[in-house]
Design a protein around this ligand. Structure first.
Ligand code: SF4
Length: 439
């Protein structure tokens, strides 16, 4: 039996899909190269925004045709939409065989057997007693996602995550360290620690900065990244860790969401614009070349022109290296969905466009400042669009394309930056730094 997993949404979902793949392979399933080749299609979904859900509904509609051609095909829908909608997915799309949730995915092989034996659709969005940190079948051989927590206790008023991913569960520190040591032995060079809010990690007396200092000692790992950091709890020690720990990369993804204190209050973000700016200043004072990226939400209920302009001013002041800008969409069950004074769609679109134009212009200017500099680039693979070109990332997480030999993949090279756009750089290799090439 062959399976194909389609992942929507964030890195957390990517990591969960790697766990689902591992569970299926351990049961004897084989990966398929396409949906057409598969006997089982798993959609690991995202419910964070309406637009993400629309993609999944559209996909499910199209999969009905494939199911008509291949009646034995199994279709499973899991992740955040599975958790949020449960059996309603099957009511709407009767060709779906199985619905699972953000934690019940660890039971997927058993649920598939149940579906096959009973001949009836199966829905399980319960919280099984098993650890949600099941092993992963990793898609990459150089960079690895390492979940350190799951769920969230913050309840930002617009966000569905605490409802669909549940309350915060931290992963035992020794489990994280053993996994990173194993990854180093297998030749991985870079790890990204994952959590909805990594800063709230705690296990005994180990908090997040302490965890970074422990992982910094693992031989073989060259780079440590992490997402996501909530600005309400970024301690000075985290900024020190970015500045002082050799392997921790100089990049902080710090979602601002809004530059207006009144909007931040309605969002229940529990920090102010001033606090946010102090974190940015603290990082730039320690590491002037650090990259700061963010998420910005426009059109939150009641957002006035003046409040939106405060976000514009924040962007101009911080000068983000990149910003993910998106429109507010009410998520069922969240407090913001019940708030009156929803911003009209055309106003949201206008504000979004203004913010995208501004953040892209600044990102381009930030990248242009790098032209002529030499950057350390960890080579990730080939550029699928340009033959003979490789791609990699700087320590500040900027994507770089350059001409090079496949044998460089997995090594760190020095690249002189020659050209910049708002989302990538292009350069020339100056020197190979370290690391055996792998193909
Ligand atoms: S911190 Fe806020 S935005 Fe992030 S996952 Fe938790 S509730 Fe959602």
């Amino acid at each position: 039996m062959r399976f194909f997993i389609r992942t929507y949404g964030c890195q957390m979902n990517e990591a969960d899909s790697e766990r689902i793949a591992r569970l299926l392979v351990d049961e004897g399933y084989l990966p398929a190269r396409s949906e057409e080749e598969a006997d089982l299609i798993v959609l690991n979904t995202c419910a964070v925004r309406e637009s993400a859900e629309e993609k999944v509904w559209g996909k499910l509609g199209r999969l009905a045709q494939l199911k008509r051609r291949k009646p034995d095909l199994l279709i499973a829908v899991g992740g955040c939409m599975g958790q949020a909608y449960g059996g309603r997915i099957i009511e709407r799309f009767p060709h779906v065989d199985l619905v699972f949730g953000t934690r019940s995915f660890v039971e997927l092989p058993r649920l598939i057997r149940l579906r096959l034996e009973s001949g009836r659709p199966v829905v399980d969005i319960s919280e099984p007693p098993k650890s949600p940190f099941a092993p992963q079948l990793r898609a990459d051989r150089i960079r690895a996602w390492v979940p350190i927590s799951t769920g969230c206790d913050n309840f930002c008023s617009y966000c569905i995550v605490p409802y669909v991913r549940g309350r915060l569960i931290n992963r035992p520190v020794d489990e994280i360290v053993s996994e990173v040591e194993r990854l180093a032995e297998e030749g991985y060079k870079e790890i990204t620690l994952l959590g909805q809010n990594v800063n709230s990690y705690r296990w005994g007396d180990v908090d997040f900065p302490k965890l970074l200092s422990i992982l910094n000692e693992v031989d073989g790992i060259e780079r440590i990244r992490f997402v996501t950091s909530h600005p309400k709890d970024v301690p000075e020690r985290l900024l020190d860790a970015i500045a002082e720990l050799e392997k921790v990369c100089e990049h902080l993804h710090l979602p601002a969401q809004s530059g207006s204190n009144s909007v931040l209050k309605r969002m229940n973000r529990r920090y102010t614009r001033e606090r946010y700016l102090r974190i940015v200043e603290g990082l730039r004072r320690r590491v002037p070349w650090a990259a700061i990226t963010t998420d910005l939400l426009v059109g939150f209920p009641g957002e006035t022109d003046e409040e939106f302009e405060e976000t514009v001013k924040l962007v101009e002041e911080v000068r983000f290296d990149y910003a993910f800008c998106y429109k507010f969409s009410p998520r069922p069950g969240t407090r913001a969905a019940e708030m009156g004074d929803q911003v009209p769609e055309e106003v949201k679109s206008e504000r979004l466009k203004k913010l995208i134009d501004l953040t892209q212009r600044i990102a381009l200017e930030r990248n242009e400042e790098m032209v002529g500099r030499i950057e350390e680039v960890l080579v990730e693979g080939e550029n699928p669009k340009v033959e003979g070109e490789l791609k990699g990332r700087t320590r500040t997480n900027k994507l770089v394309f350059f001409r090079g030999d496949r044998r460089m993949i997995g090594s760190t090279v020095k690249v002189r930056i020659r050209e910049a756009s708002y989302w990538y750089l292009r350069g020339e290799v100056e020197d190979e730094l370290r690391g055996a090439g792998r193909s």
